[in-house]
Design a binder for this molecule. Structure first.
Ligand SMILES: *[C@@H]1O[C@H](CO)[C@@H](O)[C@H](O)[C@H]1NC(C)=O
Ligand SMILES: *[C@@H]1O[C@H](CO)[C@@H](O)[C@H](O)[C@H]1NC(C)=O
Ligand SMILES: *[C@@H]1O[C@H](CO)[C@@H](O)[C@H](O)[C@H]1NC(C)=O
Ligand SMILES: *[C@@H]1O[C@H](CO)[C@@H](O)[C@H](O)[C@H]1NC(C)=O
Ligand SMILES: *[C@@H]1O[C@H](CO)[C@@H](O)[C@H](O)[C@H]1NC(C)=O
Ligand SMILES: *[C@@H]1O[C@H](CO)[C@@H](O)[C@H](O)[C@H]1NC(C)=O
Ligand SMILES: *[C@@H]1O[C@H](CO)[C@@H](O)[C@H](O)[C@H]1NC(C)=O
Ligand SMILES: *[C@@H]1O[C@H](CO)[C@@H](O)[C@H](O)[C@H]1NC(C)=O
Ligand SMILES: *[C@@H]1O[C@H](CO)[C@@H](O)[C@H](O)[C@H]1NC(C)=O
Ligand SMILES: *[C@@H]1O[C@H](CO)[C@@H](O)[C@H](O)[C@H]1NC(C)=O
Length: 231
């Protein structure tokens, strides 16, 4: 029950904040246990430099941004990823908005991550490139039962397993797959799977398998479910 009320609460917040000018994240985490910085120290200015470079970079049209800036203890690493079906201009606008919002929401955390509907932004003082991470993780579900749950789940499982294989075998710039399948009662099921493309095929596969197992445990039998994690 606490999971359900958490989701309801989250959806409620999203509905309300859509009315304000700055669209809000679907979810974000300020990872305070990974360390803090003091305002205007070297880490902070490096972070600002890095994020302004990320938003001014117009040379990327495949939706994946991977940057580092600074030296030693003050080095900042960032990854930006857009959903695989998002066009480059929308992608850079989404990441631009993310840099503003994430630094407002997490004003002194060295590590933070935020998700809009169309993109994800994360940064850390650790090296995060090529490291598979499934935590922190969150999910959203539409709590309306599918009809014919067993057949729905079987088609869904096949679809997601196919998409996992296709996404994982993508290249170092893009690991994304989307498709639909028809359940026996002619409902259409839409699916998408994506990893940050810095992962190996094997890590991407493990990540998506774990993510889908979490969807299965939270949202099984419901007509929609979405799960997101750093990788
Ligand atoms: C990141 O910052 C934390 C907290 O300040 C520190 O303990 C950790 O060693 C730093 N990591 C790196 C790779 O510098
Ligand atoms: C940090 O720098 C900004 C802009 O230069 C300034 O407005 C702010 O007061 C400074 N904060 C601290 C704590 O020094
Ligand atoms: C991402 O950053 C890593 C570490 O700095 C670097 O080795 C790699 O070439 C970069 N990849 C891309 C696609 O920019
Ligand atoms: C940021 O962009 C400026 C101007 O394009 C460039 O001189 C600088 O090297 C970039 N820094 C990083 C960390 O990419
Ligand atoms: C990024 O956002 C800022 C403020 O939200 C805006 O002024 C700027 O034009 C945006 N830049 C791009 C490239 O969209
Ligand atoms: C970025 O924010 C502006 C308003 O602040 C909004 O109009 C725009 O749609 C946002 N872009 C994306 C891709 O969410
Ligand atoms: C949805 O499915 C669950 C589990 O199968 C069941 O307990 C519940 O009564 C169903 N709700 C509706 C509205 O059919
Ligand atoms: C999954 O892939 C197999 C083999 O390519 C195909 O026969 C099957 O129809 C696919 N299933 C779905 C639900 O996409
Ligand atoms: C489902 O996928 C097929 C094949 O990719 C595509 O032709 C079709 O338009 C899609 N159906 C819907 C309803 O989006
Ligand atoms: C839909 O999800 C809710 C919350 O996770 C769960 O209680 C319910 O049983 C699910 N519906 C079905 C048909 O399993």
């Amino acid at each position: 029950m606490s999971v359900i009320s958490f989701i309801c609460c989250l959806l409620f917040i999203i509905t309300i904040s859509q009315a304000s000018a700055q669209p809000s994240f679907v979810n974000h985490f300020c990872l305070s246990d990974k360390g803090r910085f003091t305002a205007n120290n070297t880490y902070h200015t490096n972070l600002n430099t890095l994020l302004s470079n990320l938003t001014s970079n117009t040379g990327i049209d495949y939706g994946f941004y991977n940057l580092s800036y600074g030296e030693n203890m003050d080095k900042v690493n960032a990854i930006g990823l857009c959903r695989g079906d998002v066009k480059p201009d929308e992608c850079s606008s989404c990441l631009n908005n993310s840099t503003v919002l994430l630094t407002q929401l997490c004003p002194n955390q060295k590590e933070a991550i935020g998700w809009y509907d169309k993109c994800m932004l994360r940064y850390s003082n650790r090296s995060i490139y090529g490291v598979m991470e499934t935590s922190p993780l969150f999910y959203l579900s539409e709590i309306t039962n599918a009809t014919d749950v067993d057949q729905f789940n079987q088609v869904l499982g096949n679809l997601m397993s196919n998409l996992t294989g296709i996404a994982a075998s993508g290249n170092s710039l893009r690991k994304y797959a989307a498709a639909n399948a028809t359940a026996p009662n002619s409902q259409t099921i839409y699916g998408a799977a994506q990893c940050t493309p810095d992962l190996s095929e094997q890590d991407c596969n493990s990540c998506l398998v774990e993510a889908f197992s979490r969807i299965t445990s939270c949202c099984i039998g419901n007509i929609s479910g979405r799960v997101a994690a750093p990788s």
